[in-house]
Design a binder for this molecule. Structure first.
Ligand SMILES: O=C(O)CCC(=O)C(=O)O
Length: 283
């Protein structure tokens, strides 16, 4: 039975086939996260990496925040869905379906972002819950979540995501400033570290981790020679439409993309960028 809300609009009446099993849903509710291997195929993820690394606009729109020790974490955030491969993935059937099943109802695109953790210089992310911030955006419920897709291999050495299994069950905890970042109350984090299992979420390119907005997570600085780029697509549920305006949007129905549109869009975007950049450099 399709778990998508009937109001989810699909291009060319896509047939929704729920790929989340009851066990996946149970695990997500128990652990606060779910690892989905090969969410993107090797050709899709290679294309995403090629597009992102060719995309000068993306690089120019990236901004940095300092971690507690003064190293910078760099990211580019997008509130809007446009005609590009990042947006196509964010509204793809395979991601939207899973988010809908895991969050238990219709979801909409809240924003997406690319994280650029560069070799040797990529900074840490301090312990936080995403709902630690999103709470302030007029979202009454923590019925929100993110799907992080590894563009590069994510290892302990290059600062993969770390999570505290089941810590979302604590509910939202206080957050305050740590460096340029807003981090979770360290007194509670210290106890949580004792009581919940610390998991290093190592991923191969194309693998993903879907996590609940109240899951405590962080990542280390990148001390390796390998970059760790990732795309993170964030969703809110329709039932949790924010009661006020904020930096991220309120509900609008998702126009779900067929999975094969990822490659189609990626190839088109890459070719257009290469043509523009060839012209600009006089090649
Ligand atoms: O990419 C990372 O290491 C962490 C990103 C993160 O925690 C976030 O975007 O909320």
């Amino acid at each position: 039975m399709p778990l998508l809300h009937p109001a989810v609009k699909c291009e060319e009446s896509i047939k929704m086939t729920v790929e989340c099993t009851a066990e996946d849903i149970e695990r997500f509710h128990r652990d606060g996260f779910l690892v989905v291997r090969n969410l993107l195929s090797s050709s899709e993820i290679r294309l995403l990496g090629d597009v992102a690394r060719t995309d000068r606009e993306l690089a120019e729109s990236a901004h940095s925040r300092l971690d507690a020790s003064g190293q910078s974490t760099t990211l580019a955030v997008r509130n809007d869905l446009t005609d590009d491969v990042y947006s196509t993935i964010a509204r793809s059937q395979r991601v939207v379906e899973r988010m809908t099943a895991l969050l238990g109802g219709e979801v909409y695109h809240y924003h997406h972002k690319l994280i650029f953790k560069e070799p040797r210089v990529g900074g840490a992310w301090e312990w936080h819950q995403d709902y630690g911030y999103w709470y302030h955006n007029g979202c009454l419920l923590p019925d929100m979540g993110s799907c992080m897709i590894a563009i590069d291999r994510a290892t302990e050495e290059n600062g993969c995501l770390q999570v505290l299994r089941s810590s979302h069950l604590m509910g939202r905890i206080e957050h305050g400033k740590t460096g340029d970042q807003t981090g979770a109350d360290l007194e509670r984090v210290a106890v949580a570290l004792d009581r919940f299992e610390l998991v290093h979420v190592t991923l191969d390119p194309g693998d993903s981790v879907i996590f609940h907005a109240n899951l405590l997570h962080r990542s280390d600085q990148n001390r390796s020679d390998q970059a760790r780029w990732a795309l993170i697509c964030c969703y809110n549920t329709r039932r949790n439409d924010p009661y006020k305006e904020s930096r991220h949007p309120g509900y609008s129905p998702l126009n779900v993309a067929r999975d094969d549109q990822i490659v189609e869009m990626g190839q088109r975007q890459l070719a257009a960028m290469q043509a523009r950049q060839g012209v600009a450099s006089g090649d």
